[in-house]
Design a protein around this ligand. Structure first.
Ligand code: NAD
Length: 257
C-alpha cells in the first residue's frame, strides 16, 4: 500500500468535486493536506483532520499569480513546502467561438492553464531541493479532442497536456515526475450545470443526464472523484516513478472511439 506519511499535498480547487475526492484519497494515504478553493472549507478540514493528518486551507484565487505565490509562501511557512502538487482548479463556459465572452476566455485560460504554469514554477524548486516530488495536472479528455462550444476549455486543456510533457522532460533525470490525468464526464457541480442547462430546454433531467453520457462516454457511467483520487495516488507511488509526461485517460472509453 502506498503511504504518503510525512508528505504534504497541495490540491488546488479542493473544496468540491474532483479536487475534494483527490484530497480525501491522499489524506487517507497519510499525506498532510493544503486545501484551496472557494466556499466554506471548514467541513472538509474537520473531516480530513479526523484521519490524523495536518490540514490547512489557503483561499488563493488561482487566476492571480500573486495569490498563488502567497499560497506557496504559506505552504513553506506552515508545512515546510509542497511534495505533491495537484493542479485541479478549473472552470467551464459553453458558447460558440463567435459568441464566446472575451472575459470568460481570459478567465478560463488564467485558471485552467496559466495557474498550472505558475504553481509548477513555484513548487518545483522545493521538490528538487528535497529530491522527490509529484506533479499531477487534472487535464481532461478535452486536452486531446474537441467538443463544440468549449473553445477556451479545450484550448486550455490541450495546453495543460503540452506543459505536462515539457515539465515531464525537464524533470526526467530526477525523482520528480509530472503527469496529467484526463477524466471523461464526472458528476460534479461543473457538469451538473451542463445537465441543468439541457433540462432547462424542457427535457426530463434523467433524460438530459443520459443524453450527456450517451453522446461521448460508452460506459454510460460517470467517472467518480474517488477513482480519480486512486489514480493520483498511483502516480504518487514508487511503481509510477517512470511514468513521466503522460496524459492518462480515465474516461469510460470516450477517447477509445
Ligand atoms: P467543481 O466546479 O466541482 O470544482 C472546482 C473547484 O475549483 C472548486 O473547489 C472551486 O472553488 C475551485 N475554483 C474555481 N475557480 C477557482 C479559482 N479561480 N481559484 C481557486 N479555486 C477555484 O469542478 P470539477 O468538475 O471538480 O473540476 C475540477 C477539475 O477537473 C477542473 O480542472 C476540470 O476542468 C476537470 N475536469 C472535470 C470533469 C468533469 O466531468 N467534471 C472532466 C474532466 C476534467
Amino acid at each position: 500500500m502506498t503511504t504518503l506519511s510525512g508528505k504534504t499535498a497541495l490540491v488546488t480547487g479542493s473544496t468540491s468535486g474532483i479536487g475534494l475526492g483527490i484530497a480525501q484519497v491522499l489524506a487517507r494515504a497519510g499525506a498532510n493536506l493544503i486545501l484551496n478553493g472557494f466556499g466554506d472549507a471548514s467541513p472538509v478540514i474537520a473531516e480530513l483532520k479526523q484521519l490524523g493528518v495536518k490540514v490547512g486551507h489557503h483561499p488563493a484565487d488561482v487566476s492571480d499569480p500573486a495569490q498563488i505565490a502567497e499560497m506557496f509562501a504559506y505552504a513553506e511557512r506552515e508545512f515546510g513546502g509542497v511534495d505533491i502538487l495537484v493542479n485541479n482548479a478549473g472552470i467551464q463556459h459553453v458558447a460558440t467561438v463567435e459568441e464566446f465572452p472575451v472575459e470568460r476566455w481570459d478567465a478560463i485560460i488564467a485558471i485552467n492553464l496559466s495557474a498550472v504554469f505558475h504553481s509548477t514554477r513555484l513548487g518545483l524548486p522545493g521538490m528538487r531541493a528535497k529530491g522527490w516530488g509529484r506533479i499531477v495536472n487534472v487535464a481532461s479528455v478535452h486536452g486531446q479532442v474537441g467538443s463544440v462550444g468549449k473553445a477556451a476549455y479545450v484550448a486550455a486543456k490541450h495546453g495543460v497536456i503540452g506543459l505536462t510533457k515539457v515539465v515531464g522532460l525537464e524533470t526526467a533525470a530526477s525523482n520528480v515526475t509530472c503527469n496529467a490525468i484526463c477524466p471523461g464526464w464526472v458528476l460534479t457541480p461543473l457538469v451538473q450545470k451542463q445537465i441543468d442547462d439541457r433540462a432547462a430546454s424542457g427535457i426530463d433531467p434523467q433524460q438530459a443526464r443520459h443524453d450527456l453520457l450517451a453522446e461521448k462516454q460508452p460506459s454510460l457511467e460517470f467517472v467518480t472523484p474517488a477513482q480519480l483520487g486512486e489514480l493520483v495516488l498511483f502516480l504518487c507511488s514508487d511503481a509510477a516513478a517512470q511514468v513521466r509526461g503522460a496524459a492518462w485517460n480515465i474516461d469510460g472509453g470516450w477517447l477509445a472511439q
